[in-house]
Design a protein around this ligand. Structure first.
Ligand SMILES: *[C@@H]1O[C@H](CO)[C@@H](O)[C@H](O)[C@H]1NC(C)=O
Ligand SMILES: *[C@@H]1O[C@H](CO)[C@@H](O)[C@H](O)[C@H]1NC(C)=O
Ligand SMILES: *[C@@H]1O[C@H](CO)[C@@H](O)[C@H](O)[C@H]1NC(C)=O
Length: 386
């Protein structure tokens, strides 16, 4: 069908809830799911809507999804594995945990992902909330110096290849002709991780005898960017691009807000080899948004948890351990949510009747020893919203 449903599990990995329907899932059993590793809780992927491919992003580990916005009522759509497989783009979206907030990807602006339109390169510096077009046409790109430096090479099959680089996450690009003798570009390679400040461009050059000769050129930016000072850093509150105005909740995702120390965009300065991601975490006050449970949905207006009419009935309570273990409580803290204080679902004691059927199983032979039907009155803890 070229699509499937994506589910996310609870913190115990037992119950799964629907996260995204019509998730693009091609014939090679691959999806466009991308973990944006440069910002906590952000996932990017594509879905199939009326045979159109559209990009969606989640900032809360798949809890909710939305389209990527661009001005003028248009949406940005990001090419994923599906497009790379079809040779529409040479590279997937690039993110690195050490380059906090930085995302580089190929995309097109419009109603849906288009394969006829040339993909351009877009950059986000806040983990996918805001995007800007940075390079026309497909490129190969690489993140160096923990995000302090971005290098790109145009992905066309012409002989003349040029390297361009940016020290401000793609706001400005500088050209560099790294060789006088042109060659056919094959790839861009750098040391794994992002600490390196050098990149190798490799390809081949046809020789007179008709045999191609492999060429690799290493460009070292070390001597170009030497500045390393404290004044070039700023504090950045992650996830602060949404919920503006609500100071208390601003930046809160899954109960925590995080402030990072990042290089200012304008500074031509390097993070250096010794760079480590520096972040401060503080817990947020809990709200209803921090709670949800399987079989419930969030009421749009009140954010109260409402039972789904299609959800399985109460037998789910017993099927795991045979005890009156409450599997569903309406308000269970969202997995990995670390909020403190604030809203707390109030406990109420409700009496329900459960019918227990005891079945004993003999050695090899199924012997129904006794079927005891008893009506137990069990005190059942039910969370009611306070
Ligand atoms: C996404 O990446 C982060 C950071 O590398 C990692 O901790 C997390 O487990 C990843 N999540 C998924 C669903 O791959
Ligand atoms: C790079 O090479 C092109 C020709 O291929 C030339 O027009 C341009 O001036 C060169 N740029 C630099 C900075 O040398
Ligand atoms: C939510 O509120 C809006 C306006 O305040 C109203 O139009 C809509 O019907 C409400 N939705 C539900 C499900 O009650």
């Amino acid at each position: 069908t070229f699509f499937g449903t994506m589910y996310t599990s609870d913190d115990r990995g037992i119950l799964f809830s629907k996260s995204l329907e019509r998730h693009l899932f091609d014939g090679q059993r691959k999806s466009d799911f991308t973990n944006i590793t440069s910002l906590r809780g952000v996932y990017l992927t594509n879905k199939l809507d009326d045979s159109r491919i559209r990009s969606v992003i989640s900032f809360n580990r798949g809890g909710t999804w939305r389209q990527l916005s661009k001005p003028e009522n248009c949406n940005l759509h990001i090419h994923g594995e599906h497009s790379r497989n079809n040779r529409i783009v040479p590279m997937l979206a690039l993110t690195e945990p050490t380059a906090v907030g930085l995302v580089i990807a190929h995309g097109t602006v419009g109603d849906s992902l288009s394969s006829s339109q040339h993909p351009d390169v877009f950059v986000s510096s806040d983990g996918g909330y805001n995007w800007r077009g940075t390079l026309r046409g497909p490129h190969h790109y690489s993140i160096l110096d923990s995000g302090g430096l971005v290098v790109a090479v145009e992905a066309h099959r012409d002989a003349q290849v040029k390297t361009i680089f940016s020290t401000d996450e793609g706001q400005c690009w500088k050209f560099y002709n790294f060789t006088k003798q042109p060659f056919f570009f094959a790839g861009l390679a750098s040391e794994p991780g992002t600490k390196a400040m050098s990149v190798s461009v490799w390809g081949f050059r046809p020789e007179d005898d008709g045999q191609p000769m492999w060429v690799a050129v290493t460009i070292d930016f070390q001597s170009l960017i030497t500045r390393e000072t404290d004044q070039d850093y700023e504090e950045w509150l992650a996830h602060s691009s949404h919920m503006k105005g609500d100071q208390e909740r601003n930046g809160c995702v899954l109960g925590v807000k995080e402030t990072y120390r990042r290089l200012k965009k304008q500074s031509v300065c390097r993070n250096g080899r010794g760079f480590v991601v520096n972040k401060k975490q503080s817990p947020c006050l809990c709200t209803r948004e921090d709670y949800l449970d399987y079989g419930y949905y969030r009421h749009k207006n009140t954010s109260e948890c409402v039972r789904q009419s299609s959800a399985p009935n109460k037998t789910l309570e017993m099927c795991l351990s045979g005890e009156e273990d409450e599997l569903l409580t309406a308000y269970r803290k969202v997995p990995s949510d670390r909020c403190e204080g604030g809203f707390s679902p109030q406990l109420a004691v409700q009496t329900v009747k459960l019918v227990l059927i005891l079945v004993c199983v003999g050695a090899g032979v199924v012997v129904l020893v006794a079927v005891v039907s008893a009506v137990f009155t069990v005190k059942r803890m039910v969370y009611r919203n306070g």
